[in-house]
Write a protein that binds this ligand. Structure first.
Ligand code: PT1
Length: 279
């Protein structure tokens, strides 16, 4: 299955890595647009060399407790970077945003997929996605990054997350986005306790069985820190382990900071999945 991301193909016939390109002041200097875009371009090129199939550009952090960024600020961060990398790399670019104005500016600059941690629930986002006519990743979150870890609660996290995502798929279809443009993501770390994340991971096949490609983002997340008691710099092994568990169940896209290592892990996993049982 190949997704058309504004003219650039994303081959989902085997699992792929989405490289994370954060364009926030704490990632690439600040303010100085050209320098920031230059450093971001270098990192994007490295991720392509390392085997990324898509680059996810984000101008607003969504980690727990992150600050809100204005539309203008977010656009001024992501657009120069998207323009710079779109001109030089051949793989699709996704825009990690929930704001319709940012979606429009980013796709105009060359992004070919909308990655929305609020699943197009912000006013105007669904309409923007319809008009932009690019694939969309719909993610589940309970609450907002500002409050989501305060008191996450579920009766049945697997059912609730799946039902939410399927409702959003229906909303998209009714608005005119065909389901073959949609990707689902349970939203690890977005309003979930460790046990909720673990149940979602254990039962990921349930979401995968709904028939749409599933994206998983666990790279360096605090669930790894909480369970292994490791700092954010020490979370590579944990990230690869969770990525492998996800791919084993059929996840098609792994969002990762560590592209090279993640490509290797999921490649081996895929070899095991694909091997014939007998000569
Ligand atoms: C994700 C994701 C994302 N994660 C998609 N987009 C982030 N589709 C940004 C922590 O617990 O999983 N899927 N865009 C990053 N967000 C977080 C959330 C980062 C939680 C860290 C944590 O440490």
């Amino acid at each position: 299955m190949i997704l058309d991301c504004a003219g650039k193909p994303l081959d989902l016939s085997h699992p792929q890595v989405m490289g994370i390109l954060n364009v926030t002041p704490d990632s690439f200097s600040d303010g100085g647009d050209f320098l920031a875009a230059d450093a971001a371009l270098a990192q994007a090129k490295k991720m392509v060399d390392d085997g990324a199939a898509i680059i996810d550009v984000g101008g607003e952090s969504t980690r727990p407790g992150a600050a809100i960024v204005s539309v203008e600020e977010e656009i001024s961060r992501v657009v120069p970077v998207i323009e710079a990398i779109q001109a030089e790399i051949g793989i699709p670019i996704s825009i990690d945003t929930s704001k319709p104005e940012v979606m429009r500016a980013a796709v105009k600059a060359g992004a070919g997929l909308i990655n929305d941690v609020q699943a197009l629930q912000v006013d105007g986002a669904l309409q923007a996605a319809v008009e932009l006519d690019v694939p969309v990743c719909l993610m589940h979150a309970q609450g907002t990054p500002q409050n989501m870890q305060d008191a996450p609660q579920y009766e049945n996290v697997v059912d609730e997350v799946s039902q939410f995502l399927l409702q959003r798929v229906t909303m998209c279809e009714q608005a005119g986005i065909s389901r073959d443009k949609l990707i689902l993501d349970p939203g690890f770390g977005f309003g979930k306790r460790a046990r909720h994340n673990l149940r979602l991971m254990k039962n990921l096949h349930f979401l995968i069985n709904q028939g749409l490609p599933v994206l998983v983002g666990v790279s360096r997340k605090s669930i790894i820190g909480a369970l292994l008691n490791v700092t954010v710099e020490e979370r590579l092994a944990g990230s690869l382990s969770l990525a492998t568990i996800a791919v084993w169940q059929g996840a098609k896209i792994i969002r990762s900071h560590d592209v090279r290592e993640t490509v290797q892990a999921i490649s081996l996993c895929n070899h095991v999945m694909q091997v014939e049982d007998f000569d």
